[in-house]
Design a protein around this ligand. Structure first.
Ligand SMILES: CC(=O)N[C@H]1[C@@H](OP(=O)(O)OP(=O)(O)OC[C@H]2O[C@@H](n3ccc(=O)[nH]c3=O)[C@H](O)[C@@H]2O)O[C@H](CO)[C@H](O)[C@@H]1O
Ligand SMILES: [Mn+2]
Length: 310
């Protein structure tokens, strides 16, 4: 679904953009004809050293992106179901919600918008520990990429289930491969990232390597790229299991290893994932982020960590 764009901007009002896509020439009028691209965002990194944009509020125009994206006629898959997604996730675009559950009967019924569907994927978990269950998503997602996602959607957005959208998350996040900056480690030196450091683990990253610390709760991309990522992470997890070692932050550690050697084509700023409960223990970090974050788009729900069987 790659779209080759040839842009010609005609002067005068109304402005229009012409796109030469796979299916001929398109002409779109723009929402705001007087729009001028803004200067660099405040004091934050807006592009990675491999020239992938880091997505911050204020660096993109939703109207332009939506019009461009509509030309692709694409469908987006979200691998969790969230009521708030109906309000904030990819508004105006076709979305499939894929819910992985071992208890389909507990999934509440919800009336959803036209162009959206809920698809419940019954999965069996052969593990008891939450760490294994969390890691198992890599296997499940990779299997379903092959089985059905590749026929049903163009992009996949993979997330934890214990989250809620609190602001718009749109097509600005989509690209062949994207990861999200972990708010707890934004701006820190890579030697302070909680990467897996034991060479015995497949997720191992040496002290002198690393770009960012990505959060395990939000990543995605095109179906072939998400397939490659989840398959590689699952295989690495299986090797670790055979060697009786569990990476320090489980699937998140393997995701970080993968994204270090397969650079994402977009990186989501910490605006895309807010973890208040964790921030309560990181006041300095909260202060730093409060100065640069304009919107909190996806929030981790509060939970009783004592109930987790570590
Ligand atoms: C916000 C955040 O930082 N999330 C990451 C953090 O987990 P969290 O501390 O957020 O852990 P969690 O309890 O949300 O578990 C991760 C996810 O696994 C799934 N699940 C887990 C247990 C279970 O019984 N059933 C089930 O479906 C579910 O989608 C859940 O959201 O660290 C994990 C690995 O350690 C993952 O990388 C998470 O993405
Ligand atoms: Mn979670």
């Amino acid at each position: 679904l790659s779209l080759s764009l040839s842009l010609s901007l005609s002067l005068g009002y109304p402005f229009s953009l012409e796109y030469r896509g796979d299916r001929g020439l398109y002409n779109q009028s723009l929402g705001n004809p007087l729009l001028q691209p803004p200067l660099l965002h405040e004091n934050v990194l807006v592009v990675t050293p491999w020239l992938a944009p880091i997505i911050w509020e204020g660096t993109f125009n939703t109207d332009i992106l939506n019009e461009q994206f509509s030309l692709q006629n694409a469908t987006i898959g979200l691998t969790q179901f969230l009521q708030s997604a109906e309000m904030y996730f990819m508004v105006g675009h076709r979305v499939n919600y894929y819910i992985f559950t071992d208890k389909p009967e507990y999934v509440p019924y919800l009336n959803i918008q036209k162009g959206r569907q809920i698809i419940i994927l019954e999965v069996e978990s052969y593990y008891d520990h939450w760490q294994d269950i969390s890691m198992q998503r890599m296997e499940m997602i990779s299997n379903f990429c092959q089985e059905r996602f590749h026929q049903e959607v163009d992009y996949l957005v993979c997330s934890d289930v214990d989250m809620r959208f609190s602001d718009h998350v749109g097509v600005e996040i989509l690209s062949s491969l994207f990861g999200t900056l972990h708010p707890g480690y934004y701006g820190l030196n890579r030697t302070d990232f909680p990467y897996e450091r034991r060479p015995q683990s497949q997720a191992h990253i040496p002290k002198d390597e690393g770009d960012f610390y990505y959060i395990g709760a939000l990543f995605g991309g095109s179906v072939p790229e998400v397939y490659r990522l989840t398959k590689a992470c699952h295989e690495a997890i299986m090797v670790d299991q055979a060697n009786h070692i569990e990476a320090i932050w489980h699937d998140e550690s393997h995701l970080n290893k993968y994204l270090l050697y397969h650079k994402p084509s977009k990186v989501l700023s910490p605006e895309y994932l807010w973890h208040q409960q964790q921030m309560d223990h990181m006041h300095d970090q909260e202060m730093i982020l409060s100065k640069i974050i304009r919107r909190k788009k996806l929030k981790v729900l509060k939970k009783n960590y004592q109930l987790k069987n570590w």
